[in-house]
Structures are given as structure tokens and as C-alpha cells.
Ligand binder design. Sequence first.
Ligand SMILES: *Cc1c(COP(=O)(O)O)cnc(C)c1O
Length: 363
Amino acid sequence: MDASRAGALLTVDLGAIRDNYRLLAGMNKGACAAVMKADAYGLGMEQVAPALALEGCKVFFTAHLDEGIRLRQLVPEDCAIYVLHGPPPGTSRDFFQYDLRPVLNDPAQLQEWRALARTLGRELAAAIQFDTGMSRMGIAPADLAALSARADWLEGVRPTLVMSHLACADEACHAMNEAQRRRFDELRALFPGVPASLANSSGIFLGPAYHYDLLRPGAALYGINPQPGNPNPLKQAVSLHARVVQVRSVRDGDVVGYGAHHAVSGERRIATVAVGYADGWFRSLSGRGFAFVDGVKVPVVGRVSMDSMGLDVTGIAPERVAPGAEVELMGASHTVDEVAALAGTIGYEVLTRLGSRFHRRYL
Ligand SMILES: *Cc1c(COP(=O)(O)O)cnc(C)c1O
């Protein structure tokens, strides 16, 4: 969307994302992948993936097949692309055609991949995922035991990665972490010599025992704090600035917004800015959220509407918040994690909901 017409400007700092990748990759003796699902957590896979490839990233993950197909055009041929959901029934040929590697999550997906290998008369690369306790995706230990009882169970499949996913990595003291790591060690013993991967962003910060051969960060690349409650070692990668549409003076007895829930006391000036819940700005920020004007905090007053919301800008010089002026909703003054905490959610949801009506700028 044209910058001068857009209600808000979203700035993605590709340099910060590259710096974050370097910091994370430097924590491991092995390799570091990048997770691109949901359009690189809402920031734009088209721009983010090539930037990370330039930074030396050779392994990428998407959730869906179509995300993988799109990503194939964006990164060099020698980059491996894994699709976390594996092949939906009947799609394994697409994986082959676009040089994508499925993450095989259950016996049916494994059979599907083996069948294609038989048809093509060649070995096909894939990751094998184990469920080590999250009960979301991956082959269950009992299924793995039954499968591996047959000598030819992997015929046609060349495992290039074994992996699992941590349920509680953002809680460093949670007993699940150690339990999952042990189960992972038991299961991967069936695959001697195959590279292993367990750590998402938060998992990386659980220490070297969780690193194995390949790190799999998503959130931390995009500036979300992988260790909630501790200082964030990553750089903010996103800022969001909303445009002022209109400014009005209100006084005692006036109310602001739907439901007439915010009653004004004294004389106040309210700026209506052009971002609302249809842009991914959470309605739960009604009466709780903040914007910043040159570092000065201004509160969201009244309910967040679909396309706009009110800010109390009484303390701000009128010419600074005239129609067309920009105020910061997220960025250096107000991190994605702070916005998420106020909205009652996590930074992941804030980023992945960022709207399609913003003008996007890449640094
Ligand atoms: C989303 C995801 C990741 C990345 O997780 P972050 O917490 O964003 O770093 C890694 N592995 C799997 C299997 C995932 O689904």
C-alpha cells in the first residue's frame, strides 16, 4: 500500500533479523536453521528468507506445503527446505517436484513417502519427527517401536534429520524439558549418524545439551524474547506507526468509543488513529494499550474499533499530533513482548496478526 495513503507504516529491520540470526547461530557448534512459517511470523518471507540466506542460513522450515513451494523460489537451490506438517495425503509428488523435504510425523506419512520412493526408484530425503511428550506432531514412541521392528521400515527414505519439539522451553525450570531431551536421546539412538534437532528459540537458551546439530529458531529471529522475565538479548525487528486521522477536544461528561465506556474527566484532547482490530491490533488493548509520541507514553482510551482507536494526547503539542502525523504503536519504545503482555497474549500472536493494510518498509 502506498505510504502516503496507508493508515499505518510497518517497518521491518532486516539488518536486525540478520544480527539476531548471527547471535543465535554463534551459540551452537552445529548449524542454525530459520523458521519461516506464517510468512516469516507475519514479517514477509519474500524479504526475510533471502536476507537470512545471505547471512549463511542453509536450512529453512515452513509449516505448509504451499509455503515451502513459495520459499523454493526465494532461496538458493542448495538450501534445504523442510515442511513441518509433512505431506497431506496425495501430495508427496509436489514435495519431490519442488525439492522440499517433508517432516514425517506419523506412520501414514512415512508410507506415503516410501510409496513415492518406490515409484520413482530412488531414495528420498526427509526429516523424521518424534513426539517426545507434547502430543502435537511426530511419531509416537509406541508407533516407532512397532515400525522399527521391521528391517525394511525406512526403505526408500534417506533420513537427513531427526527432530522433536519442546513444549515448555520458555520455562527453563520446567521438568518437561529434561524429560523430553532424554526421550529424544533414546529415540534418536535408532538413527546413528543422522543429524538431530530439538531446540526452538527458547530451547537454544536451555543450554548446549539442547543444541544437537541444528537449531530451529523462529521467534527470536524476529525479536521476541526467548526467555520471558529476563533481559532480551535479541534486537527488535519490527516497528509500527499509526497515522492520526482526526483530533478533538473533549471535556467532563463526554465519552469516547463504542459502549461509551470511557468517560472523560477534565479537558482532554483525543487523537483518533487509523489502526484497529482489523489490522491485528488487539481489541483487548481497549483502555489498556499505549502508543508513544517521541518517547512520551499516550494511553489508548475507549474501545479499539475495527479500523481506528482513540489516544489521549492531551500532553502532546498539537502540531505534533495533527492529522497525518505518525505515532508509534510498537518498536523501540514499546516492544512486541510488552504489547503482547498488555493484550493478554504472546509476541508470536502479535506478529502473525499484523495486518495487510499497512504500508511495509524494509530496512
Ligand atoms: C514454530 C516451530 C519452531 C520455532 O519456534 P520458535 O519458538 O518460534 O523459535 C521450531 N520447531 C517447530 C517444530 C515449530 O513448530
